[in-house]
Design a protein around this ligand. Structure first.
Ligand code: FE2
Length: 262
């Protein structure tokens, strides 16, 4: 991929979003959030890749993956009025349908198209499927890291807004009860995450997102997380319990160990 192709994709994305404009301000805000998320994921992936000293071509592939990873969010919202995949459709699959429908990746080599498509397709899976080649695994890991750090930011910004003005689309329509079931914390201590479908409350979603740290792959991503204290900020919005404190210590120890070992 060359720079011209990268600029073409960035240009295409901006123009394509204009076809999803909404007249209702709340609906438009939901789309704006996804647009902003996309550009922030591009910035995050740029920083992660720079810290890893990858090739120029890998750099461009990573940025294009970030640019298109959530493209399916726009038709998803237009059709179903939700970002909850189980209630609508897998948004990663929708991203690929949208790219294919408009033949967007056509100018690229087959292998580059395949890497980008797979990284997008696997970005929201609980785990990256086995038996993928090294390049695919690299780009899957990059987009998954960049996506997670920005979702944590989105959540923190959401909880800074006064409650009546929050857009419920961010918290997937989950319950407001303060309770976090012990099993959600237990999974975190095992370094695993709960499936979205089993979540009951917004607070459980926060714990699930805190446990994402165990799925982070690269040193620059840990640096971003430490610098922004995103997990600490999210934890501060949860009921202050022994389990929460233990979880936070567990996570912070893990981040320190990963920063020291890489
Ligand atoms: Fe996504």
């Amino acid at each position: 991929m060359n720079d011209e192709q990268l600029y073409f994709f960035q240009d295409w994305f901006k123009h394509h979003l204009l076809t999803f404009q909404e007249s209702d301000p709340l609906h438009q805000q939901s789309l704006d959030l996804k647009e902003e998320h996309t550009f922030r994921v591009c910035a995050a992936i740029d920083r992660i890749v720079s810290g890893l000293r990858l090739s120029e071509n890998d750099h461009r592939i990573a940025v294009v993956t970030a640019l298109f990873h959530d493209l399916g969010r726009f038709p998803q919202y237009q059709k179903y009025r939700t970002f909850r995949d189980p209630d609508s459709d897998n948004h990663a699959k929708l991203s690929l349908s949208e790219l294919n429908r408009h033949h967007v990746l056509q100018p690229l080599d087959f292998s580059e198209r395949q890497i980008i498509s797979r990284a997008i397709f696997f970005h929201n899976r609980l785990r990256i499927p086995e038996n993928q080649d090294q390049q695919t695994i690299l780009h899957c890991r990059l987009i998954r890291d960049a996506d997670k750090v920005d979702i944590l930011r989105v959540m923190n910004e959401h909880f800074q807004i006064e409650e009546s003005r929050r857009n419920p689309v961010i918290t997937l329509g989950l319950g407001k009860e303060r309770l976090v079931r012990e099993e959600v914390y237990r999974l975190l201590f095992e370094g695993r995450t709960m499936s979205y479908t089993k979540l009951k409350t917004i607070n459980e979603l926060k714990v699930l997102q805190m446990s994402w740290v165990f799925d982070i792959n690269f040193r620059p991503t840990f640096e971003i997380l430490k610098e922004g204290n995103d997990i600490g900020k999210l934890a501060a919005t949860l009921p202050d319990t022994v389990l929460l404190r233990e979880a936070l210590d567990f996570i912070n120890d893990y981040i320190e160990r990963r920063l020291q070992s890489e």
